[in-house]
Design a protein around this ligand. Structure first.
Ligand SMILES: [Fe+2]
Length: 442
């Protein structure tokens, strides 16, 4: 085959993925009623309007140099450059009036997209191997950055009151057979974390390299995520009042905020409801509970277990009974809807165990999709880590012992980020993530 045709189709694929990712993020902003665009649904984060500019400014700031472009609005490029993740508890105090008008942001976005698209197309025609874009890697960065925000924006819009957003149709799920909680024994063996750095190899973020093989002793792991029903027992039996179950920082956090249950739950007299993306429903008892790392760890301590390490999650997800390792828990096939609740099919969780086709060889369910899974592993580099020269702070800024690794994926995680080397991370007190957990016993 003509090599130019191969590389041109490589650009065409990336171009189609850029458009797909833009459609996803554009659709999210359409959920927000215009009067809510300057709201700040999560106190630790920027106002919604920031993200409208940020998704485009990020692409622009990343590609401006390599494409030889000149800035047409340096102030906006800077204003929309970075999100925030305050680790010392400080909260932003900017006001809506500190931000530009919607019309100005939309104009900036439109001009930026048009300039980028025109230049990308011309430059790809001249250099179909995309050598000027790190062999296309910069476009992967732009695509996955946008898709990650499409997910974290959902966490944010989830916290926006229902009357401040437009509803969307919900996708039904066929009823899962009732699950019976059980544990699965995983024998000692090797977990392969990360991936090898290979010239023109598959895309991964800096923290996914290099490959790291870890020996993992035998352990037993819950076959299913902890459900709302199981977690309700912890709540009702005083878990949030028992100091010994919490770390110092975790206790300080729930005490100072007066927290006594997961942030997605609402107490209604003697009963409980759950705030889904677009409505309030009676607490679905068979859904995985979404909680912070602090809350997950306290539950695990209460029940005499602990959270899995990152390597244990890998063993449960990818190890096989004949001593090999799979690409995904279900095997080598690319992610499809029958394997799990992921890739933006739904806005909310499904009952645990709804996708038996997606279980691992050891019979552990829902390891990918339906909620990220907290691990007890602090986010740290693998041996051989090198930051991206064009985005040095992406991971390195968070190797501070104050963030924990999450694995798997949520209903709003795009399929491309379900690869087993992908690592997500958040601070332990942060309660807004679509993150659940399961426990292990060693
Ligand atoms: Fe960002």
């Amino acid at each position: 085959m003509n090599p130019t045709a191969v590389t041109q189709s490589y650009f065409n694929q990336l171009d189609a993925r850029i458009r797909g990712a833009r459609a996803q993020s554009d659709e999210l902003f359409e959920i927000v009623r215009p009067e809510a665009l300057y709201d700040r649904p999560i106190p630790e984060r920027h106002r919604i309007i920031f993200y409208l500019g940020h998704l485009e400014a990020f692409d622009w700031n990343l590609l401006l140099g390599p494409l030889g472009l000149a800035s047409f609005d340096p102030d906006f490029d800077k204003l929309f450059a970075f999100g925030i993740d305050p680790v010392e508890g400080g909260l932003p105090d900017d006001q809506p009036k500190d931000w530009p008008s919607l019309e100005k942001v939309q104009r900036y976005n439109a001009q930026l997209r048009k300039t980028l698209d025109d230049t990308l197309r011309t430059s790809a025609a001249k250099d179909p191997g995309l050598g000027h874009l790190e062999n296309g890697r910069l476009l992967d960065v732009a695509i996955e950055h946008r898709l990650m925000h499409a997910e974290t924006l959902c966490y944010m819009l989830h916290q926006l009151p229902v009357e401040r957003k437009f509803g969307r149709p919900l996708v039904s799920t066929s009823l899962a057979p009732p699950h019976v909680p059980r544990t699965v024994e995983i024998p000692a063996g090797i977990a392969t974390l990360g991936m090898p750095r290979v010239e023109n190899g598959p895309f991964g973020w800096d923290n996914e390299f290099e490959e790291s093989r870890v020996e993992v002793p035998a352990f037993a792991i819950d076959a299913y995520n902890v459900t709302n029903q199981e977690y309700l027992r912890f709540v009702l039996e005083g878990g949030y009042r028992e100091r010994s179950l919490w770390t110092d920082a975790g206790w300080e956090c729930i005490s100072s905020q007066g927290r006594s249950h997961p942030i997605f739950w609402v107490r209604q007299g003697d009963s409980w409801a759950c705030r889904t993306m677009f409505e309030k429903v009676p607490l679905p008892l068979d859904w995985p509970v979404y909680v912070s790392h602090d809350e997950a760890s306290a539950y695990a301590r209460w029940i005499g277990k602990e959270l899995p390490s990152e390597a244990e999650w890998h063993r449960a997800a990818c190890a096989t009974r004949d001593g090999c390792e799979r690409v995904f828990p279900w095997g080598a096939e690319e992610p499809q809807s029958r394997f799990g609740n992921f890739d933006l099919q739904r806005w909310d969780p499904t009952p645990v165990g709804s996708f038996p086709d997606g279980s691992s060889d050891f019979g552990v369910a829902d390891l990918v999709g339906n909620g990220w899974e907290w691990t007890r592993t602090p986010f740290a580099p693998f041996p051989g880590f090198e930051p991206f020269s064009f985005y040095p702070g992406y991971s390195a800024n968070f190797f501070d012992g104050k963030h924990f690794v999450m694995k798997g994926g949520s209903p709003r995680t795009a399929a491309c980020m379900l690869r087993r080397s992908f690592r997500n991370w958040f601070q332990p007190h942060y309660p807004y993530v679509y993150a659940t957990f399961r426990c292990v016993k060693r």
